[in-house]
Structures are given as structure tokens and as C-alpha cells.
Design a protein around this ligand. Sequence first.
Ligand SMILES: N[C@@H](CCC(=O)N[C@@H](CS)C(=O)NCC(=O)O)C(=O)O
Length: 218
Amino acid sequence: MWRWRAGAISEAADMKLFWSSRSPFVRKVMIVAHELGIAGRIERVRKVVHPAKPNAEVMAFHPLSKIPTLILDDGQAIYDSRVICEFLDAEFGKGTLVPASGVARWQVFTRHSMIDAMVETCVMWNTERSKPEGRRDDEVVQASGVRAASGLDALERDKGFYESGLTLSHVAAASALAYLDFRFGTLGWREGRPRLAEWFEEFSQRPSFIETAFADVY
Ligand SMILES: N[C@@H](CCC(=O)N[C@@H](CS)C(=O)NCC(=O)O)C(=O)O
């Protein structure tokens, strides 16, 4: 049976996270852990994953070989990133990062899912555009750009996003925008999206964001 210790701040790691310094989904989980003051309880276990190469060690816990996967001290696995974030917030944050009820709660979940879909599109976009000519599907590359722009425009217009305090959907947005800077530095996503750019600039100062910076290492 997994035992968690409520209110603990700097205890030994009692959870493991299949982790990579390059994954926006992993970064989102780690930002949440830092915001909740429990990053020290999560041992990061580096895993290399790729859609073309299922990783047997990851598959032993996540049947589809995806990271992040969180493993509790009784061996139970929790995934995907949205579920891990909600788990951490419910268990260690008393639900502070998700409104307890009402429309606002469902707006946070919906926005979080939209951002995750946008990031999935961007990860696929990055993979597709890196393929050599002949193997690359240019229609997918182009459509990915259209979808990502549409997601960013939705965030720029989303009044509730700017008016509410910190939620999981804000963490998801920060990780998504950082991923764009990391992999699509020349995209110029800030152009025409001043509210989002300003919001991100402010979020970027948070220790949780600084502590979890992307790094292109295996
Ligand atoms: N919906 C999943 C997406 C996770 C995901 O796609 N992670 C990538 C790394 S950024 C991965 O595991 N890719 C390996 C694969 O698709 O086989 C989540 O939110 O956790």
C-alpha cells in the first residue's frame, strides 16, 4: 500500500518519474511538483522514448511506452501527464491548482486538454519536419503549424486564462510555450499575441520554471 506523508516538504524521494530533459509533458509535471514543494520527493529516472522505438522498461509500467510515468512506492503507475498533475495537486496541494467546483473547474480541464493536444501536435510536427525528404509528409508539417497557431490564438483570446490565479492549465501553457521556444525558436509565436507573450514573460520568472529548464541531452 502506498503511503504518502501529507504536508512534508523536504523528505526523501518516495516516487519515481520516468523523465527526460526534453519533454514538455515531463516539464509540466515537474513545474507542478516544484509549485507544490514536493519536487524532492520525486526521483527523476531518465528514459529515452521514441514513437518508432518502444522502450521495454517504460512499457513495464506504461503499456504504450510514454513519459511522463509516475511510479509510487508500491509500484503503482500513474499516467498520463494530465492525470499525474491532478494526482499531485489532489494529494499534496489540496486541490489548489484546480478550482473545486463550478464552470471554472471544467474550463481548467478543457483548457489543459486543448494545450496538451497542441503540444502533441508540436511534438509530432517536430518529428515530421526532421525527416528526410521523401519520408517527410509536408501536408502534416503544414497542418501542424496551422493547428498550433490556432491553439495559441485561442489562448490569446481566453479572458478567463488571464483573470484567474495559477491553475494546472497555466502550468501546461508555460510548458507548451517554453517547448515552442526550445524547438521552434524561429516561429515568432509572440507576434500578434501580446497578452500571451506578456503573461509568459512573467511566468518565466517563477523558480518552478527556472528549475525545470529544457536541455537537449539524452
Ligand atoms: N498524452 C501523453 C503524451 C506523452 C508523450 O507523448 N510523451 C512523449 C515524450 S514528449 C513520448 O512518450 N513519446 C514516446 C512515444 O510516443 O513512444 C501525456 O500527456 O503524458
